[in-house]
Design a protein around this ligand. Structure first.
Ligand SMILES: *Cc1c(COP(=O)(O)O)cnc(C)c1O
Length: 381
């Protein structure tokens, strides 16, 4: 079987984890947590990085720190993993769903149009004309490692009192051409180190911010909000969202290998592109020209009429050859918990959903395996 995306652990993972076990530092304190945070801050250029138990936990706390409260609204893309949306509901807020651009990211034009035409600005905040609720935050997602186009949205959000929280769960290693790392443009950014991401800690996440007040608050809330560590006094409701030292040890080892992973990912993207684009009706989805991509996921577009098979048939054909692929997530404005939420001009997303299939992308994908995928696509059988 050729899996879609599996972890590859062939660096210092064993050495660092053994050190945790040998010294007994297996839980939520220890030098690897600090080291992982310091090294991630250095890598991304964020002033502060706070390790969390998962990317979802990081997003939950990030939205809370951005000031999202019960009864608020958060602008979210319909094309994203559902965790980006669930965190809005965790806080008792409501998502408003927006369309995507050709890179699967929040569409900058219709998002700006929504903010300009569908909200009113009053007392330093923007309110939804239809519902009267405050729009507390915008949550762009850097889907598949493609950097979202935020140039116009950043000043607009600032002007309109809307906080920006970036979901950079899939985009570690993706930088804009000017060097800024995804997840460091808005107030707060979040990373994930789940098993399918470009580097993994088994499960884990990170909050990125340049704001020292937010950083201190993030550490406080993710570690049970202790105001007196000895007498166990708590002034706020905190969370047990800490990353363990064992997980952080994996993270430090994985981060050491990230430059090599990025090289392999790019090489495989180019190899896929050469083979897939030569098949009538198929092409590898393009990546934004304004950023250096991490090529985490290889999205392929299928023109069913030209190729002779639609997405479902292509997925089934590849599965018969032991090749695992995945379509785009079910669109979030159509998911049962969110069907009654507002959505605005969702036009491109359904078409991309219908025509996209993600190809195997693990870092240990061999040239033979890639050839098998390409050969199967060529033969259509
Ligand atoms: C993986 C992912 C998350 C959630 O991260 P976990 O670490 O699995 O909780 C959130 N958003 C996106 C876009 C993701 O891909």
């Amino acid at each position: 079987m050729i899996p879609l995306s599996v972890p590859v652990l062939r660096g210092n993972e064993w050495t660092y984890v053994k050190e945790c076990l040998d010294t007994g530092w297996v839980s939520s304190a220890g030098k690897f947590v600090d080291r992982f945070e310091t090294e991630m801050a250095r890598y991304t250029g964020a002033k502060f990085a706070i390790a969390c138990a998962s990317g979802t936990a990081a997003l939950h706390v990030a939205l809370q720190l951005a000031g999202v409260r019960a009864g608020d609204e958060v602008l979210t893309p319909t094309v994203t993993f559902i965790a980006s949306v669930n965190v809005v509901r965790y806080l008792g807020a409501e998502p408003v769903f927006l369309d995507c651009d050709d890179f699967y990211n929040l569409d900058p034009d219709s998002t700006a149009q929504f903010i300009r035409e569908q909200t009113v600005f009053r007392d330093g905040a923007s309110f939804n004309k239809q519902t009267g609720r405050r729009i507390a935050a915008l949550l762009p997602v850097h889907v598949f490692g493609n950097a979202a186009c935020l140039d116009g949205l950043l000043p607009l959000c600032r002007e309109r009192g809307i906080k920006m929280v970036e979901d950079a769960a899939e985009s570690l290693g993706t930088r804009y051409r000017d060097g800024r790392h995804t997840g460091t443009l808005g107030e707060i950014g979040c990373l994930s180190f789940n098993g399918n991401k470009i580097i993994t800690t088994g499960g884990g996440g990170m909050i990125l911010t340049d704001d020292d007040v937010l950083a201190t608050r993030a550490k406080y809330l993710t570690t049970q909000a202790k105001d007196d560590e000895v007498r166990f006094v708590h002034h706020y409701v905190g969370y047990n969202y800490r990353l363990t030292n064992v997980a952080a040890a994996l993270g430090v080892a994985q981060l050491e290998q990230l430059p090599e992973y990025l090289r392999i990912k790019k090489q495989n993207y180019q190899r896929y592109q050469a083979r897939v684009d030569a098949v009538p009706g198929l092409r590898l989805a393009e990546t934004p020209p304004y950023a250096g991509n991490n090529h985490w996921m290889y999205a392929m577009r299928i023109d069913a009429a030209a190729y002779g098979l639609d997405r479902e048939a292509t997925m089934a054909m590849l599965a018969r050859q032991g090749i695992q692929t995945r379509p785009l997530w079910h669109l979030n404005h159509l998911q049962r918990p969110y069907q009654t939420c507002q959505h605005f001009r969702i036009e491109r997303a359904p078409r991309l959903w219908e025509t996209t299939l993600n190809l195997p992308c693990s870092v240990n994908l061999t040239a033979d395996e890639l050839e098998r995928v390409a050969g199967t696509l060529e033969r259509r059988a």
